[in-house]
Design a protein around this ligand. Structure first.
Ligand SMILES: [Zn+2]
Length: 208
């Protein structure tokens, strides 16, 4: 941990290779190389409130994204719809239970826990940093963050809807439902949220 903290606190200038010790910056300020004035790093762009708004929006989309049909197929007059959960269940019933678990983890469980975890982290940083118990919860959540981010793979499902639509378009009428819209919105919110989320910055609140 100590050597990690040391490595993180030092950076190299991209153009003149000067070794620079990183320091915490106030919002909207950018660090420049003292020798050649190249831009080195800046503070995370998004404020906690911005992340909170993205996080709550993503959670609102999370529930319809998983319960409404993501794909509607009309083939010879009969209509078939499927949700993410039904898809996982269908794969399970065909005997591919490992695939079903992977689908459930990457599309439903990990994104759900990830969003709740970020929400809890932000609320604790904003209101509960004085409490010892809440601080330890925040610490655990930050430790889990990397794993949850790796397990969350919403983009694979957005791509798979599109692939299915192109492949099936010749045989059946494919239409995207309300669930597809919610899933895509969930994906976009998640993308922006994780773009703004900075683990190192989140850890720095605990050091205060
Ligand atoms: Zn430089």
């Amino acid at each position: 941990m100590t050597s990690d903290a040391l490595d993180n606190s030092v950076t190299l200038c991209r153009s003149c290779d000067l070794v620079i010790r990183k320091r915490a910056l106030p919002t909207g300020v950018r660090a420049l190389c003292p020798r050649c004035h190249t831009q080195l790093y800046d503070t995370p762009y998004c404020s906690l409130n911005g992340m909170l708004a993205l996080c709550i929006t993503a959670i609102i989309f999370f529930f319809p994204a998983n319960t409404y049909p993501v794909l509607e197929l009309e083939f010879l007059g009969s209509m078939r719809t499927t949700t993410v959960l039904e898809g996982a269940l269908a794969v399970y019933q065909q005997g591919y239970w490992i695939v079903a678990i992977a689908v459930m983890t990457a599309a439903v469980i990990a994104p759900g826990i990830l969003l709740m975890s970020i929400l809890i982290q932000i609320v604790i940083i904003k209101h509960g940093l004085q409490h010892r118990l809440l601080r330890s919860i925040l610490k655990q959540a930050l430790k889990l963050q990397g794993l949850l981010t790796q397990l969350t793979m919403l983009e694979i499902y957005v791509i798979s809807f599109l692939v299915a639509a192109f492949n099936l378009a010749d045989f059946a009428t494919v239409s995207f439902g309300f669930g597809t819209f919610c899933f895509t919105m969930l994906f976009i919110m998640n993308l922006f949220l994780l773009r703004e989320y900075d683990l190192e910055h989140m850890w720095s609140f605990l050091e205060k």
